[in-house]
Design a protein around this ligand. Structure first.
Ligand SMILES: [Mn+2]
Length: 345
């Protein structure tokens, strides 16, 4: 690093926030995953990583909670060409499958199986690539972060965290529970990420916040599995409307998590005004500041953030608002992670 001016213009160097840190010196490493093959409603989140990195250059670095926030050593891996290519190859295959399903062709129809096989093999490849990157980062004593991409992308990261930090908890902010056992025939669907994570990463606890668009089977799974705790958006809102302080609600959410916490942040957990172009927007949701409050209380409870992801950010056709919000969530997640590293005993 030569001279870095934290008050200056963001430098377009491929790094999130234009920070000057190399992968070697960084303490937090962002793994961009340009992948949206299993998106069911509308694609676009594969463009999320580049859009968020671009939008991050206009964010100021000062943080009210973290002194000298610009010294938070964050570096970004290059956007992987191989995954980008695979995404372009397989998205049309997935669209063909979804089109057939929408015509009423059942998932087990023989015409679908070779197509599904292609998508499932591609998704497995993404999972193992992410798992390998995350494993290397953890082995170097650094914090891995996945920047999606659709919400299928962080599975390998959570598996690596499960190996490194057994019994870790997941704080999952999302409009959706993502507890479906495969969706549309896709084993590694964005809508199945937490089902797959419960099986493959074995978290001690999964705490879901902001959930408001779920199927019957997901609610049943959440009720039956003692590791899962849901704070659905309807009941959260009722409590707020009845005058319960939001800080009390946050306290209850935070206290339901173990010491080591992974955060899986689907941008659609926020109000859709903050993510109008995301894959599956849903009315309701957390405000930006409510999310920040929750993260702030998580860190101040003494818990340690061991990794996180931000998924489902999609830039609009002619505006970067979604990416702008996404960049600020990612920035706060990075800074809260650094703050929480001071909690380590
Ligand atoms: Mn979602």
């Amino acid at each position: 690093m030569t001279v870095f001016d934290p008050n200056g213009v963001g430098i377009r160097n491929g790094n999130f926030l234009g920070l000057p840190y190399t992968l070697e010196e960084a303490e937090i490493i962002i793994i961009p995953v340009p992948w949206d093959v299993t998106t069911s409603y509308r694609p676009g989140t594969a463009k999320g990583p580049q859009a968020v990195i671009d939008a991050s250059l206009q964010a100021d670095l000062f943080d009210y909670f973290l002194p000298n926030a610009w010294e938070n050593k964050i570096a970004t891996l290059p956007i992987p060409e191989e995954i980008s290519r695979l995404n372009h190859q397989l998205r049309p295959v997935a669209e063909e499958i979804i089109g057939m399903l929408e015509q009423g062709i059942p998932e087990d129809d023989l015409r679908l199986s070779p197509l599904l096989e292609k998508v499932n093999v591609g998704s497995a490849r993404v999972n193992s690539w992410v798992r390998e990157q995350a494993g290397n980062i953890l082995n170097n004593g650094k914090i891995p972060v996945v920047l999606g991409g659709d919400h299928s992308t962080p599975l390998g990261l959570m598996q690596a965290i499960g190996v490194r930090h057994p019994g870790f908890g997941i704080l999952h902010i999302d409009a959706h529970a993502d507890l479906r056992q495969a969706y549309e025939g896709f084993t590694w669907s964005h809508a199945s990420i937490m089902f797959n994570t419960l099986q493959d990463a074995q978290p001690g606890k999964l705490v879901q916040v902001g959930i408001r668009d779920v199927c019957e089977a997901e609610v049943q799974l959440a009720a039956e599995n003692t590791a899962v705790k849901q704070f659905d958006d309807f009941h959260l809102s009722m409590r707020k409307f009845a005058g319960e302080p939001f800080v009390d609600i946050c306290h209850e959410i935070v206290e339901s998590l173990p010491q080591k916490v992974y955060i899986s942040f689907d941008i659609d957990g926020l109000s859709p005004e903050l993510c109008p172009n995301t894959g599956t927007p849903v009315p309701g949701g957390l405000s930006f500041m409510e999310a920040i409050q929750m993260l702030h209380m998580l860190v101040h409870s003494g818990r340690q953030i061991v990794g996180f992801d931000l998924c489902e950010v999609a830039p609009g056709p002619d505006d970067e608002w979604d990416a702008n919000v996404g960049a600020r969530i990612l920035q706060k997640l990075c800074n809260f992670t650094r703050l929480s590293s001071f909690n380590q005993g």
